[in-house]
Design a protein around this ligand. Structure first.
Ligand code: GZL
Length: 321
């Protein structure tokens, strides 16, 4: 079939136009991810941020990133700005469980998929997010409880525990408490005599442990801290009170960050339950899968271990955060 003159002219014009456009005009448009981070409160959070930033770069995904300094209103503001910028996907780690439905409905109305990472939200409407990827905090609390009940199984008399809770209202604080208590309630000798938030920071952990020591002193047998940073702050308080951490007071914490391994190698922390912050690769894969129209499971759980001080020196070189 011969091409008539008019069609030929159109084809030639299109071809010459094509040669005028930059190659980038034909390159696939980069996916844009808006990420609203909790803050920079702990070693764990720093490692989590690093994982997200480096994975976005590696995946060729444009990352818009915000640090909410542990304030919910700042996270909500950031999510709204991502909606206004019409990003492809929004992801965030909710600083607390409640108060998200309004802004998540705004994202849904704007047809922007949302991924929850690290922490989840309280909502009956699970169409407000595509998937929640992160640890099972209740199981982390159970692991801490099982380690303690095993260690103290032959202990006669009361075992008095003080507890440094994470951020009030946050999923890890609520669930780590729940899991730990589920295990220790089997034996009435275990008693939580003081429990207060240290907001996941070293400084607050030290301050609250000082108050615990002032109030209860040598009555304290065990410290259960919801993260390593608070445990490390508390260890300083224990030493300043003239006591030996991990000996006079058994110290149990969660995260498995480098600082915890250093404290275990120094003989000042008894055990750290792993909670991996390395969610970046999984998140970037989820972003690509969502934009490719794939269906994701509603819940993606990160598998984790537990590290007592006896294995810390051997395991330390393998640690990635
Ligand atoms: C747990 C994460 C917690 C860590 C803390 O997944 O949300 O927040 O345990 C961090 O160290 O501050």
């Amino acid at each position: 079939m011969t091409m008539n003159r008019r069609t030929l002219n159109i084809a030639l014009a299109a071809a010459s136009l094509g040669s005028l456009l930059p190659a980038s005009a034909f390159a696939q448009k980069k996916l844009v991810l808006g990420f609203a981070q909790v803050g920079a409160e702990s070693e764990w959070r720093t490692a989590n941020t690093e994982s997200i930033k480096s994975s976005a770069k590696e995946a060729g995904i444009e990352l818009k990133f915000s640090d909410a300094q542990q304030k919910q209103e700042n996270q909500i503001k950031a999510i709204r700005s991502y909606i206004a910028q019409k990003v492809d996907v929004i992801a965030f780690s909710p600083v607390v469980e409640s108060g998200w439905e309004t802004v998540l409905r705004e994202a849904k109305a704007a047809k922007i998929p949302v991924v929850l990472t690290d922490r989840s939200v309280n909502t009956k409407d699970d169409t407000l997010y595509v998937t929640f990827m992160g640890s099972d905090f209740t199981e982390e609390g159970r692991k801490a409880g099982r380690w303690l009940t095993e260690k103290m199984k032959d202990q006669k008399g009361e075992v008095n525990i003080v507890e440094l809770q994470g951020t009030v209202g946050s999923a890890p604080a609520i669930d780590r408490k729940k899991g730990f208590e589920e295990i220790i309630k089997a034996d009435p000798k275990f008693k939580i005599i003081r429990s207060q938030t240290g907001d996941f920071t070293r400084a607050k952990g030290k301050e609250v442990m000082e108050a615990f020591l002032k109030a209860e002193g040598k009555k304290i047998n065990v410290l259960y801290a919801h993260n390593d940073d608070m445990a490390i702050g508390a260890i300083q308080a224990i030493e300043e009170a003239g006591l030996k951490p991990a000996k006079d007071i058994t110290v149990i914490s969660i995260d498995g960050v480098k600082g915890a391994f250093e404290a275990m190698i120094a003989g000042k922390l008894n055990v750290s339950v792993e909670c991996s912050p390395l969610l970046g690769p999984q998140l970037m894969q989820a972003v690509k899968d969502i934009k490719a129209g794939k269906t994701l499971p509603k819940r993606i759980v990160t598998e984790e271990g537990i590290f007592p001080m006896e294995v810390a020196a051997k395991e330390f070189p393998n640690r990635k955060y």
